[in-house]
Design a protein around this ligand. Structure first.
Ligand code: HEM
Ligand code: FES
Length: 359
């Protein structure tokens, strides 16, 4: 089983992803530079490059932030999610080149320490248009560095999944800082509204997609809820509780072979898998980056996460050795062609006896 566990290897899919990422950014930088030279011939090469790398980094950050909600709204976008961390590291590198060019161009020529110069070069004036915008860029770059430096699975394993995920939620703080950086920067430097308008369009896109995805998730939770909210009609659950507290989840026939049906129990999503004449239930949340296990399938006896290919044994919720990821399991029963699930999760990695499908 472990032989097929390819999530951390440098496979063809990752190489293609990186080729598209680098090719796309290279094309953007060239097109941006040519257009700048043609439309604004007075702009120096240094400033052209500062702008090309700054806007390239910010554009990529928009793409990174939109990938999550897009995948929730339509699974066709899943290939974009596969190697998103490389996009994150590239975003940091673009921001770093932009900042290094700014420091060389504007802050390295005086006796003042260049980092200090970022803070004192635009003294406070009391007017909105005079707000020093460069420190926002520095704070954002620091956060992007923290995330890029800890993006490898080594840090995910060593920091623990909750700490790592909280750290990487800082991407939203970095984005907010960059919105301020560009908006206040444009208010000071540019007569043209192009940066402010582009920023507003970008922000509106990110917000709209997140709100649409969140509403979709809430609606889905309602639709698949068992034993509380939600209805019978859509998911064929009868919301019945037997004497031992097991809930009627769905018909065995509702679950495709080697795949799962996802239900929502007390607000938690549970994936009920059918395989080899058996039924097992696991938490739907992958330990790697919260991928939806129930949208994956069983191959060679393991549930494969659809996002990056982590594997879990359906009976135990544990990844096959030498991997250590574990998700909670749920006790299941099969009665009269129906699947019953106990709402209390077992500890992550604890074996739950699979229910045999009556023939
Ligand atoms: C130490 C960190 C940073 C400093 C000192 C800094 C400084 C600057 C300066 C001086 C400008 C105006 C440049 C000009 O047009 O003359 C600028 C603009 C901009 N910055 Fe930054 N920045 C930093 C970090 C970042 C990061 C991390 C990003 C995005 C990933 C970014 C994105 C932008 C964008 C999109 C613009 C508007 C386009 C432009 O005028 O270049 N900046 N920044
Ligand atoms: S393998 Fe990455 S989220 Fe599941």
């Amino acid at each position: 089983m472990g032989v097929e566990y390819v999530s951390v290897q440098w496979n063809r899919q990752k190489k293609n992803y990186d080729a598209v990422l680098i090719g796309g950014l290279g094309a953007y930088l060239v097109i941006f530079s040519v257009l700048t030279k043609v439309r604004f011939p007075h702009v120096t090469d240094e400033i052209m490059l500062i702008r090309a790398f700054g806007t390239g980094g910010l554009l990529l950050l928009h793409v990174i932030l939109c990938i999550g909600p897009l995948c929730r709204l339509n699974s066709k976008f899943l290939p974009l999610l596969y190697n998103r961390r490389h996009a994150g590291v590239t975003c940091f590198l673009l921001g770093l080149i932009h900042a290094a060019l700014v420091v060389i161009t504007y802050h390295a020529g005086s006796d003042t320490n260049p980092i200090l110069s970022i803070f004192v070069s635009s003294p406070l004036t009391g007017s909105v248009a005079g707000v020093p915008f460069q420190p926002f860029g520095l704070f954002a770059l620091t956060l992007l560095f923290l995330m890029a430096a800890t993006s490898h699975d080594f840090w995910l394993a060593n920091l623990s999944a909750p700490v790592w995920k909280s750290l990487h939620m800082l991407v939203y703080v970095a984005y907010a800082l960059l919105v301020l950086h560009v908006t206040f920067g444009a208010l000071q430097g540019e007569a043209s509204p192009v940066y402010v308008v582009s920023m507003a369009v970008g922000l509106a896109t990110v917000l709209t997609l997140h709100i649409a995805a969140a509403r979709g998730e809430v609606a889905l939770d309602d639709e698949i809820a068992i034993g509380g909210r939600g209805g019978d009609e859509d998911n064929s659950a009868r919301s019945e509780i037997d004497a031992d507290g097991f809930l009627d989840a769905c018909a065995v026939a509702d679950i495709p072979e080697d795949r799962a049906r996802i239900i929502c129990l007390s607000g938690e999503r549970v994936a009920i898998f059918k395989y080899d004449g058996k039924i097992s239930a696991l938490s739907n949340v992958c330990q790697h980056q919260n991928g939806p296990l129930g949208e994956g399938r069983i191959i060679s006896g393991c549930v494969i996460c659809p996002w990056h290919g982590y594997q879990y044994v359906p009976e135990t919720g544990a990844s096959p050795p030498p991997f250590v990821e574990r998700v909670p399991t749920f006790n299941v029963r099969v009665r009269d062609g129906r699947v019953l699930v106990h709402p209390k999760p077992n500890p992550a990695g604890a074996k739950a006896e699979p229910a045999l499908i009556e023939r």
